[in-house]
Design a protein around this ligand. Structure first.
Ligand code: PBG
Length: 326
């Protein structure tokens, strides 16, 4: 009764219109968050060679960029900063006139239609490139929290709608939530990089953000790629500390993690970060004529959403929005 020849799965694949009726996962430009790299000095601006199509922007480039983001139909951006100077404690990222705050102010002056999110981490601002303050060769968790708090409050005061702590310090979400509330910024949300792996797929980003660690690696704070139960513990802690949105990062090599986190916390908005290495691999293959860029980008993004992500942080956001318009 239920099997072949009565049941024929191909009936629902016969035409494009029928396939659209049957479609379970739909990608829209509303799902995308577009990362931007903002530089303080003119000589830091320009194309990122390991990420074709991605450029580091000056504050004055934002007028044109915001216009093009809005006309692509995107609704949110995630800001990363490249300061003009770095020190041991990342202080240039934490003052009121840090480069990301300058960018947030400019964007909010240009438009009220874009959700502004900011990366909150020390690695772009420390001379050693680690995501926290170093004491005796190790990253000091609790000392780092107060710096992250200051940075988050500075971004929020400049107009950020969400701050996105990415340093994988224990207690960072709770500390930032308290810091924001005490500063009267209780409407500012937290998108937590709750589940962030120590991944080699971040390679191209470290060129873009000039944030390669000068010694060692990030394995004492980012997660071991072998683990998934640990991901559930990380997500739960961040939710309990007050995260509004949680994130899994990277995306495509970790779709099983996206699925597990989605099922464990069905009530939470969930984002996944299609990271620089995922982007550059597709760009490189497409440039060699080995893959069709448009089709592969849409397939990868659809897969991330199908796995359970509501939101996708992607360097392809503008191009993908264009493909979706047809
Ligand atoms: C900073 C940060 C990183 C990324 C996002 N925020 C780099 C890292 O942890 O080394 C990676 C993004 C990407 O690869 O696209 N803490």
């Amino acid at each position: 009764m239920s099997g072949y020849p009565t049941r024929r799965m191909r009936r629902l694949r016969r035409t494009p219109a029928i396939r659209a009726l049957r479609r379970e996962t739909r990608l829209t430009a509303d799902d995308f968050i577009y990362p931007l790299f903002i530089v303080e000095r003119d000589d830091q601006a320009g194309p990122v060679s390991s990420m074709p199509g991605v450029s580091r922007l000056r504050i004055d480039d934002l007028d044109r960029e915001v216009e093009s983001i809005l006309s692509a139909g995107l609704r949110s951006v995630l800001l990363f900063g490249l300061p003009s100077s770095k020190d041991a404690t990342g202080s240039t990222g934490c003052g009121d006139d840090n480069i990301v705050s300058q960018a947030a102010l400019r964007i909010k002056k240009l438009t009220d239609r874009l959700v502004v999110m900011t990366d909150v981490c020390l690695c772009e601002y420390t001379d050693h490139g680690h995501c926290g303050i170093v004491r005796d060769g190790a990253i000091d968790n609790d000392e780092t929290l107060s710096a992250l708090c200051q940075m988050a409050v500075a971004h929020a005061r400049a107009g950020a709608d969400f701050v996105a702590p990415s340093g994988m310090m224990d207690g960072m979400v709770g500390a930032i939530r308290r810091g924001l509330d005490e500063a009267g910024l209780s409407d500012v949300g937290i998108l937590s990089y709750a589940v962030k792996y120590a991944s080699s797929f971040y390679g191209p980003f470290r060129e873009a953000a000039d944030s390669k660690p000068a010694f060692g690696d990030r394995r004492s704070y980012q997660m071991d790629p072998s683990n998934v139960r640990e991901a559930l513990a990380e997500a739960k802690l961040d939710i309990d500390e007050g995260a509004d949105i949680i994130m899994v990062k990277p995306a495509l090599p970790y779709l099983d993690v996206v699925r597990r986190v989605r099922e464990a916390f069905p009530e939470m908005p969930l984002a996944a970060y299609q990271v620089s290495g995922e982007y550059s691999m597709i760009k490189a293959a497409a440039r060699n004529g080995w893959l069709n860029e448009r089709d592969v980008v849409l397939e990868a993004l659809t897969s991330i959403k199908r796995a359970g992500a509501d939101l996708i942080i992607t360097y392809f956001a503008k191009e993908a929005a264009g493909y979706l318009r047809g």
